[in-house]
Design a protein around this ligand. Structure first.
Ligand code: ADP
Ligand code: MG
Length: 327
């Protein structure tokens, strides 16, 4: 399988969003250029008022630029008729907001099934789909709760379930952990990490620099422009739909060789005798570790290991002989 992952899904060219005229004129975005590849997990940071929400709203087709061009999957958004645009938004873009934005007088399951209105499915089918996704989020027993009966963290997980129900290719999250305690934030970030590992594209605004370890790219904005734009993972290492979720890593140390199966997004750092398993490193780095541990293996000519291997081979031989006898 080719590891090339250069499919551009979002392209903003000199996008400007202006408010007011004359003396009252101000820019929420100013000549903003941005290219997003499929599978990126972008975190947007920057001071309050620098245009982060405006940017997400334009990308999510909730707002229009004053000038400039927006290409979504290579198509100029301005040329898409508004009804098709609404349909596209419901189908392809999942939104997660700081205030969860659940509809207060609808139950959890009704909230989650809402984006499927555009799918043309009958209500029973929509609710069944919502039921499935709520089960995945371990929220099935709260399906018929009203939003006010849930904690903030639970409300946000319902909102994430809702954002995923139509299987969108782009997830836009505006400070999704801004109203949550650190434990709930962590749970939400783990959910987003899983969604990303499945090959989805995520653009998330945050004030919390600690969360940027989850990202493959971090953009700092200032006064409606990009201040810094740093990729932490190469495009060729971005996850793609259908990639294995688990990777087995073999770490050979003289004292204690370990073989573990980790999430494809798990960070494995080997430094001297210490092995740290954490979050947020690319598959390439894991592959490098695997490779170097294999190289170690080749170099390591310890007899013990050879004997051990022989034993295993013997066992297998014996087993297959036994099998032959039986048949
Ligand atoms: N509807 C609006 N009318 C006038 N100014 C607005 C409007 N929406 C946003 N702005 C201005 O645009 C700038 C960027 O806002 P926003 O995108 O919400 O920033 P951020 O999300 O980074 O805090 C701010 O100066 C804000 O006051
Ligand atoms: Mg904002």
């Amino acid at each position: 399988m080719s590891k090339e992952n250069n499919e551009t899904i979002i392209e903003l060219k000199a996008v400007t969003k202006r408010y007011g005229f004359g003396d009252a004129e101000s820019y929420a975005l100013h000549n903003f250029d941005l290219t997003v590849k499929r599978g990126e997990f972008i975190m947007i940071m920057g001071p309050s008022g620098c245009g982060k929400t405006t940017l997400l709203n334009i990308i999510g087709l909730l707002d229009k630029p004053t000038s400039g061009e927006y290409l979504l999957n290579g198509k100029n958004v301005e040329k898409i008729p508004s009804r098709r645009k609404a349909h596209f938004r419901a189908k392809e873009i999942g939104f997660i907001f700081q205030n969860f934005n659940l509809i207060p007088n609808l139950s959890v399951i009704e909230n989650v099934s809402l984006p499927l209105i555009y799918s043309g499915h009958h209500k029973t089918r929509r609710l069944r789909k919502a039921d499935d996704i709520l089960e995945h989020f371990h929220l099935r027993e709260r399906e018929y709760y009203m939003p006010y009966q849930l904690s903030g963290g639970q409300q946000q997980r319902v909102a994430i379930a809702r954002s995923l129900i139509s299987d969108p290719s782009i997830i836009l999250a505006d400070e999704p952990t801004g109203n949550l305690d650190s434990r709930s934030s962590h749970i939400i970030m783990e959910e987003l990490r899983d969604i990303h590992a499945q090959g989805n594209t995520i653009i998330m605004v945050t004030h919390n620099p600690a969360l940027t370890t989850y990202a493959t790219r971090v953009i700092n904005m200032l006064d409606g422009e990009i201040d810094t734009d740093i990729k932490t993972v190469a495009d060729s290492d971005l996850p793609r739909p259908g990639d294995p979720e688990k990777i087995s890593v073999r770490i050979l140390s003289k004292k204690r060789p370990v073989e573990l199966e980790v999430d494809s997004q798990t960070k494995v750092v080997v430094s001297g005798e210490h092995v740290t398993i954490g979050k947020g490193v690319s598959k390439k780095q894991i592959a490098d570790i695997k490779k170097s541990s294999n190289d170690d293996k080749k170099a390591d000519k310890s007899k013990k290991k050879e004997q051990k291997t022989r034993k295993i081979v013997k066992k297998t031989d014996k087993k297959s002989k036994d099998e032959k006898k039986e048949s």
